[in-house]
Write a protein that binds this ligand. Sequence first.
Ligand SMILES: [Zn+2]
Length: 236
Amino acid sequence: MRGMDRLLELQDIDLRIDRLEHRRERLESGAEVAEARAAMEEAEARLGELRLAFDAVATEQRRLEAEIDSMERKAAAEERRLYDGSVANPKELEALQHEVASLRERKGRVEDDLLEAMERREELEARIAPAEAELAEARARLETLEREAGEELSRIAAELAELRARREALAPELDPELLELYEDLRAKKDGIGAAALVDGVCQACHEKLSALELDRLKHAEGIGRCEHCRRILVLA
Ligand SMILES: [Zn+2]
C-alpha cells in the first residue's frame, strides 16, 4: 500500500499537533492567569482594608489628642481661678474644686482611650508593610504569567504552522484509502490510528499478536490491522 512507510511519521506529526492544540486551549482559557489575578485582587483588598482602618484610627487619635488638649486648658483655667482670689465664696470654691477634679478624671479616661488608639495604630502600621509586599509579589506573578502565556502562544502558533505545513506535504504521499482509514481510526481511538509492530507487539495497545496472525500479516497484501485494537499496524 502506497505511503505505508510514511504513516508513522504522519501519526507523530498529528500527535504533536494534538498536544500543542490542547496546550493552546488551556492557555487561551487563561485558568492560571485568572487564578493569579484573583490572588492579586485579594491582596489588594486586604491592603485597602488595612489602610482604611489605619486612617480611621489615626483620625480617632487626632480627635482624642485635641479633646485632651482642650480639657487640659479648661482645667488649668479653672485651677487658676481657684488661686487667683477671684472666687471668694467657699461654696463656689468647693464647686470649682469639684469641677477641676471631675475634668482631670475625664481627661484620664480619654488618655486611656488615646493609648488604646495608639497601640491599635502601631499594630495596623506593622501589618501594612507585609501586605504591601504581598501585593507587589502577586502583581509581579500575574505580569509574569501574562507575559509568558503570550510568549508561549506565539511559540505554539509557529510550531503548529510548521507541523501543518509538513502534514500537508506528507498526506498526498499516502494512498487515499489508507489515509481515510487512518483518519477514521484516529477520530475513534484517542488520536492514534496507526502503530508500529515491534517484536510481534502492537505499540498502541501493547498486546502481542498471535503467531498465526503475525504470519498472516507478513504475507498479506493491503492494510494490516491489530487483531486486538484494530489500529493499522506498520511492520518494523
Ligand atoms: Zn493493538
